[in-house]
Design a protein around this ligand. Sequence first.
Ligand code: TMP
Length: 237
Amino acid sequence: MEKREELYRGKAKSVYKTDDADRLILVFRNDTSAFDGKRIEQLDRKGMVNNKFNAFIMQKLEAAGIPTQFDKLLGDNEVLVKKLDMIPVECVVRNYAAGSLVKRLGVEEGMKLNPYTFELFLKDDAKGDPFINDSHVVAFGWGTAEQLVRMKELSLKVNEVLSKLFDDAGLLLVDFKLEFGVFSDGSIVLGDEFSPDGCRLWDKETRKKMDKDRFRQGLGDVIEAYEEVAQRLGVPL
Ligand code: TMP
């Protein structure tokens, strides 16, 4: 597999073409961003940890029947993935109240949500990733009603699989964000990444934050926390 020109540079990953029209290479960088890219810092080892973490999780999800973009780990910071036409919508599942939900509704952080909630945000940093609903997605042509049904179904299945996986490692899966894309055969496939950058994970006993909120809130030991989560899950680093 030959790496060709850079196609796109995101806040934390760069995307490269390959000599296969159906495959891309993602490079996980150490850049860590918060507040829609307004704050960016380099954190040592982050690219490597998130790449390996993501590969581990994507393979667990594939094994549970969820189609993902993951193909093959290529190195510490690189992964080969299926080329998707990304849908510019972020799907957020929450099991406990935190983050923007707490701000928006004034509920207490840590409140158990029963059942989970499912929310959509437009992926648009310049607009601050606004909260949207399914009618906006269809009306503005970001996705079809059928694609949305599948995205929700897959998001809830991911929640089932990963809540159990993290629970077995002594962690609460508080919330997480997924992005989907359309593969060349028209199917909806889970894309982007699953790492502590895009979810909230709390220690089950102490409720210590083990995810990117350590960076957002200046709590320190960001990568140390990611590595501890990886170690508890058995992710080879
Ligand atoms: P929120 O509470 O800020 O809405 O975030 C919900 C979850 O989604 C949380 O786990 C962080 C994740 N997330 C991202 O990964 N990227 C984003 O741009 C946003 C807004 C949230």
